[in-house]
Design a binder for this molecule. Structure first.
Ligand code: ASP
Length: 361
């Protein structure tokens, strides 16, 4: 059991605290930690027909003494299994050939575990397979057919198709509009595919959050144990085999038990180029507050974005990118390339959405 700072201060005469902390330094260290679970905003929206959101469930389990990573994975499983969440797991918007391919990774701070899967087909909960990669192998990343066979060997149910009627109909509409059987030159084809996806967003066929879309979830308990998990169906209509940032350690997620955790949603390519979750954790190590560490990574991405097709007329990146940052004291922040996004938080004040700090307004 940890001793909270409040209990210590309230329960003892103020004068008694200092000698106590000298005698039991670990009590004082622990008391500075505020247990919390944070995630991308979707972590306090979807409930898959149940009563709790991801951050709510993960926090409850964590506070009841469950392992932090197991609690977070139970949380993100809600979104992976929810057919209404079309950016994660079952019912995620498929790739250009209509196949749902999932990516995930997780890290366990105290155990120094890391595991990931990419291009995984047929399993609704890739985060659980990622955990098994960490727990049961000497490897950190298994992809494609190999990842599926690995999961089959562990008894995971493999399904032929993770599309829902909704995700399939969205793909059919996209295919009809882009006619991918007649390849344009590579540049035009890329532009066309994005143009159609954005057109479908503006017509309300695709949720704007789900062209990209993912959940990253990070937590710290009263003992200061830090873990994180990221899981996604990746970029809508991606080229089959495309792997984004989400399952890549240092990009979609990074955890350092002594320093903190960071994870990401949004344009994976922009994050991958700078391995921003790793960068953010290193900024925390230099003593930056989570908000400043996240903004520092966004500035790096902005500096590295020079292609005209990726810039607004003001010269800022025209894509969405968010980072969720948690430090070893339980301080946290969400940051976003441009305004409007929120991130989910659950602590002793309950689950809620807090605003992300934007680099550009
Ligand atoms: N980052 C994910 C990817 O690029 C998608 C997202 O989070 O929006 O695959």
């Amino acid at each position: 059991m940890s001793v909270s700072r409040r209990t210590l201060l309230a329960g003892a005469a103020g004068a008694a605290v200092a000698p106590m902390a000298r005698a039991f330094p670990e009590i004082m260290i622990r008391s500075e930690i505020k247990p919390v679970v944070i995630s991308s905003g979707n972590g306090n929206i979807f409930k898959n027909g149940g009563t709790e959101t991801c951050v709510q469930k993960a926090y409850r389990l964590m506070m009841s003494g469950e392992d932090v990573l197991d609690s977070l994975i139970e949380g993100v499983n809600i979104l992976e299994l929810d057919p209404l969440e079309t950016s994660v797991g079952y019912g995620g918007i498929p790739n250009a050939e209509g196949v749902v391919q999932l990516d995930s990774c997780c890290m366990h701070g105290p155990k120094k575990w890391a595991g990931g899967v990419a291009c995984l087909e047929g399993i609704r909960t890739p985060s659980k397979v990622a955990r098994e990669v960490a727990r049961q192998t000497d490897h950190h990343l298994i992809v494609g057919k190999g990842a599926q066979e690995f999961a089959r060997g562990l008894g995971f149910t493999i399904e032929d198709d993770l599309n829902t009627p909704h995700s399939r109909s969205v793909w059919q509409e996209w295919k009809r509009r882009t006619d991918p059987d007649h390849y344009l030159d590579p540049k035009k084809r890329g532009e066309d595919s994005l143009r159609v996806a954005l057109e479908m967003v503006s017509e309300g066929i695709i949720d704007p959050l789900h062209v990209y879309g993912t959940i990253n979830c990070d937590g710290i308990n009263a003992k200061g144990e830090i873990c994180g998990v990221t899981t996604t169906s990746g970029l809508a209509f991606k080229i089959p085999g495309r792997v984004g940032d989400s399952p890549i350690l240092g990009a979609g997620l990074y955890v350092d038990q002594e320093v903190g955790a960071a994870g990401s949603t949004g344009r994976g390519e922009a994050n991958l180029y700078g391995l921003c979750s790793f960068l953010i954790v290193e900024e925390l190590r230099r003593g930056l507050h989570p908000k400043d560490a996240g903004i520092s990574a966004l500035k790096r991405v902005a500096r590295n974005t020079i292609e005209k097709r990726l810039l607004t007329k003001e010269g800022h990146p025209n894509f969405g990118l968010q980072f969720y940052v948690l430090d070893a004291k339980g301080r946290h922040a969400g940051v976003t390339m441009s305004g409007g996004a929120g991130y989910a938080v659950c602590d002793d004040n309950g689950p809620r959405i807090e605003p992300c700090e934007a680099l550009f307004h």
